[in-house]
Write a protein that binds this ligand. Structure first.
Ligand code: ADP
Ligand code: MG
Length: 328
């Protein structure tokens, strides 16, 4: 008997999954072996699968992609698989320890116009760059909730880094989410598209806008946080399964307001804070200049980076200019 890793390519190949079950699983958003490996028994039970069989299916999927116990040596290997994506600014990359990490979530929060969407669009271009230039040689998935994604902007940025704009646009899979439910639905059904298009960057811009406008008032708070938490867990699972960078944005008010305490605290609240691995607060300085503050990270020290948004995209600021901003 072979002890090697079993390879199941499609979910139908898993023992215990017939065509009817496969269809139901797909409807629930489990279209790949990877997504089933990360599922819970309860989630599969929703497809009308008995708990025992659900467990067997999950186990088979896990053995196929090695998600069972692993040695520390293998853990080191898995962590070596973590790759980094450049923001386009060396200063910002440095703040992040070399760029945005795969297999975890990075949250950008800040007021309107602070550059959250500009960074997201820049990342969609950069992810397509060769590795030696800080890219991941993959595509991007963009879930847009505020209708602010602009292909003209992507083309501008692509030209600047010397990529063929036509190709760049082709490698960005775009979806507009109309409600928070729709937003969750899109992510729940994203795994096939991620696999098919070699997606290495998943963006939700904005994570919180729909949730905030739909779940208003104290009574709705618990439900909102619960849904947001579920949504983020789905995101982190996708990021791990596909070794992708996950980015979410969150809009906050400009100035701390004495009446409401710390108004720059992200509205997503504590659950977002706990699930997001790296959080960056963006604020405007003079003109094109922006300041990014690393607010929390699993292992990096707090700190700030100065960058700018120009016609070319996200760029570094000349040192003299940065020093001036720092002195202010
Ligand atoms: P938000 O944080 O609300 O998502 P954006 O990422 O949309 O903010 O940032 C908008 C800002 O980006 C604009 O105010 C402008 O300063 C800058 N910007 C957008 N497009 C361009 C461009 N083509 N050239 C230069 N700056 C731009
Ligand atoms: Mg925006």
């Amino acid at each position: 008997m072979s002890m090697g890793k079993v390879r199941y390519k499609r979910i139908e190949d898993l023992p215990g999954v017939g065509p009817a079950t496969a269809k139901k699983l797909r409807e629930l958003g489990f279209s790949t072996v990877e997504s089933i490996a990360m599922a819970s028994v309860k989630e599969l039970a929703a497809a009308g699968i008995g708990e025992k069989r659900a467990q067997e299916i999950i186990n088979a999927a896990r053995s196929a992609i090695a998600l069972t116990f692993i040695s520390a040596e293998e853990l080191v290997k898995m962590q070596q698989n973590v790759e980094r994506l450049t923001t386009g600014s060396k200063a910002l990359d440095r703040l992040l320890g070399g760029g945005l990490e795969t297999q975890s979530i990075t949250e950008f929060y800040g007021e309107f116009g602070s550059g959250k969407s500009q960074i997201c669009m820049q990342l969609c271009v950069n992810v397509q760059l060769p590795r030696e230039r800080g890219g991941l040689e993959g595509g991007a998935l963009y879930i847009d909730t505020e209708h602010t994604f602009r292909t003209e902007r992507i083309i501008q940025m692509a030209k600047h880094v010397g990529l063929d704009p036509k190709e760049v646009v082709k490698n960005i899979i775009y979806a507009e989410a109309f409600t928070s439910d729709h937003q969750m639905f899109l992510l729940d059904h994203a795994d096939e598209v991620i696999k098919e298009h070699n997606i290495r960057l998943i963006i939700i811009d904005s994570l919180t806008a729909h949730f905030r406008s739909e779940y208003v008032g104290r009574e709705a708070l618990a439900e909102r946080q619960q849904k947001l938490s579920k949504h983020l867990h789905k995101l982190i699972r996708l990021a791990r399964a596909f070794n992708a960078v996950a980015v979410v944005t969150n809009q906050v008010m400009a100035k701390p307001d004495v009446f409401f305490g710390d108004a720059v605290a992200p509205i997503g609240g504590h659950i977002v804070a706990h699930t997001s691995h790296t959080r960056i607060y963006l604020r405007k300085a003079k003109g094109q200049i922006r300041i990014a503050r690393l607010v929390s990270s699993p292992y990096l020290p707090e700190g700030e980076a100065i960058f700018k948004i120009t016609e070319n995209g996200i760029e570094d600021v000349a040192e003299e200019e940065a020093a001036k901003v720092r002195r202010r």
